[in-house]
Design a protein around this ligand. Structure first.
Ligand SMILES: C[S@@+](CC[C@H](N)C(=O)[O-])C[C@H]1O[C@@H](n2cnc3c(N)ncnc32)[C@H](O)[C@@H]1O
Length: 224
């Protein structure tokens, strides 16, 4: 079962310093890592017309794709607070829709398909891949790419792991995240029908955590 109401309280506090009157930032790049200008950019997505981002938070990358590349982006987030800030920041941006919802529930219900589904330290990290990956596969058009990144995790962490943080009123709480080495992410994707899986951990440009970046594709069906 996806974590929903409990987790949304946790994520309502993500980047709380920017929640009130802070204006939208300049978006100058599309970042998969936490180090500005480090690593690949939108080339991992190919040339999509439509994209779905799972867990955009502030929505910077979604805004970049819509504004700079003319992609129609649906950006789905579990936290109402995150969605409200993103809608305020990027109001009037053509081709950009912020939707409030949970990734598995949305994917199971929507009839839309996307050229690309991506997630940056977002819902993919915090959702059971056994549940999420088949739903992503079904909503990706043949030939489309599924790309995600998240922070490097220590080697001894494997599978579902609690992540500690603060909930409402600053009380301690946890949400779960799924931690696997690149080759296990690749196996999980292949088992769920994806092809051309490239999973790697990109080292940090300075001392610090690297970034796991995974790219998979739904193959074009070949008729005989
Ligand atoms: C660590 S933040 C990353 C936000 C943004 N991508 C970034 O790089 O700054 C994780 C985001 O994923 C969202 N999220 C977590 N689980 C989710 C789920 N199951 N469905 C939709 N969004 C989810 C959270 O609300 C939060 O905004």
């Amino acid at each position: 079962m996806p974590q929903t109401s409990h987790a949304s309280l946790f994520w309502d506090r993500y980047k709380p310093d920017k929640i009130r009157d802070c204006p939208a930032p300049e978006v100058v790049g599309f970042e998969w890592t936490q180090y500005e200008g480090h690593g690949p950019g939108t080339e991992l997505l190919g040339n999509p017309v439509t994209a779905l981002e799972l867990g955009p938070g502030e929505g910077r990358e979604a805004a970049y794709l819509a504004r700079r590349q003319g992609v129609h982006v649906t950006a789905l987030d579990l936290s109402r607070v995150q969605v409200e800030r993103a809608r305020r920041w990027w109001a009037g941006e053509p081709g950009l829709d912020f939707v409030h919802g949970e990734a598995c529930a949305y994917l199971a219900e929507t009839e839309l398909t996307f050229d690309v589904i991506y997630s940056i330290w977002g819902a993919v990290w915090f959702t059971d891949p056994e549940e999420l990956f088949p739903l992503v596969f079904d909503r990706l058009r043949p030939g489309g790419a599924f790309v995600f990144s998240h922070g490097e995790v220590r080697g001894e962490l494997y599978g579902r792991q609690p992540m500690y943080g603060k909930g409402p009123d600053g009380r301690g709480m946890t949400v779960d995240r799924w931690c696997y080495p690149p080759e296990v992410w690749a196996d999980l994707l292949k088992r769920n029908g994806f092809a051309v899986v490239d999973a790697t951990c990109l080292a940090a440009p300075v001392e610090g955590l690297g970034t796991l970046i995974v790219r998979a594709q739904r193959e074009v069906e070949v008729s005989r």
